[in-house]
Design a binder for this molecule. Structure first.
Ligand code: IMP
Ligand code: MG
Length: 184
C-alpha cells in the first residue's frame, strides 16, 4: 500500500527485503563458505530456475574459486508451493561432481522435498561432501528432514516472489523480495 500519490510499481506485492539487505545476507553467506571451503574449492550446483539470481550473486561474492553447475528439477507445481511430486529433469555430469565438495544452491527451502530429491540425485555421483546453501528458509513448512548448512533469511508465513522466485513464472526479475498480498 502506498502512503503518498506515487503509483505502486508492483500492485499486490509488499516489499520484504531490499536489494541492499539481500546483498548483505549474500555477503555473509559467501564469507561462511570462504571460511569453510578455502582449502577445498567447491562446485556450486544451482537449482533452476529459482536460484539463478542468487547463484550469480553468491558466486561473485565468494573469494574462493568455485565451479558452477546447474540442475533442473520439475515439480509440476502451478500457483503457490509444490505439488508434492518432484523429479530431476537433468543434472550435472558425473565427472563434474565425483570426488569434489559440492554445495547445492537453492532459492528457498520450504517442505524440503525439492532439495531432498536434488541431494539424492547428486549423492549418486559421489561428491566428496555435499551441503545446502539456501537464500530463504521457511522451516515451519518442512515435511522432509532436510537442513540448510547455510541460510540467508529464515522466516515464516508469506509466499514470496522476486530475486529469482516466481508465481506462475512472474516476478523472477524483480531485484528485491516481496510478499504476495492476500496470502492465506
Ligand atoms: P519445497 O520442495 O516444498 O521445499 O519447495 C521448493 C520449491 O517450491 C522452491 O524451489 C520454489 O520453486 C517453490 N516455492 C516454495 N515456496 C515458495 C515461495 O514462497 N515463493 C516462490 N516459490 C516457492
Ligand atoms: Mg516455482
Amino acid at each position: 500500500m502506498q502512503s503518498d500519490n506515487t503509483p505502486d510499481p508492483y500492485p499486490g506485492l509488499t516489499p520484504l527485503w531490499t536489494p541492499e539487505q539481500i546483498s548483505e545476507h549474500v555477503a555473509g553467506l559467501a564469507g561462511e563458505i570462504d571460511r569453510d571451503y578455502a582449502a577445498n574449492p567447491p562446485v556450486l550446483v544451482g537449482a533452476l530456475k529459482g536460484a539463478f539470481v542468487f547463484l550469480a550473486d553468491l558466486a561473485r561474492q565468494i573469494q574462493t574459486p568455485v565451479e558452477i553447475e546447474f540442475m533442473r528439477l520439475s515439480s509440476y507445481d502451478s500457483g503457490r508451493y509444490s505439488s508434492g511430486y518432484v523429479r530431476v529433469a537433468w543434472g550435472p555430469a558425473r565427472d563434474a561432481i565425483e570426488g569434489r565438495p559440492v554445495i547445492v544452491v537453492e532459492d528457498i527451502l520450504d517442505t524440503g522435498l525439492t532439495t531432498s530429491v536434488a541431494l539424492r540425485h547428486l549423492r549418486r555421483k559421489r561428491p566428496s561432501s555435499l551441503s545446502v546453501c539456501t537464500l530463504l528458509d521457511r522451516p515451519e513448512r518442512r515435511t522432509v528432514d532436510v537442513k540448510a548448512d547455510y541460510a540467508g533469511f529464515t522466516f515464516s508465513g508469506h509466499f514470496v516472489v522476486g530475486y529469482g522466485l516466481d508465481l506462475d513464472q512472474q516476478y523472477r526479475d524483480l531485484p528485491g523480495i516481496y510478499a504476495l498480498d492476500a496470502d492465506e
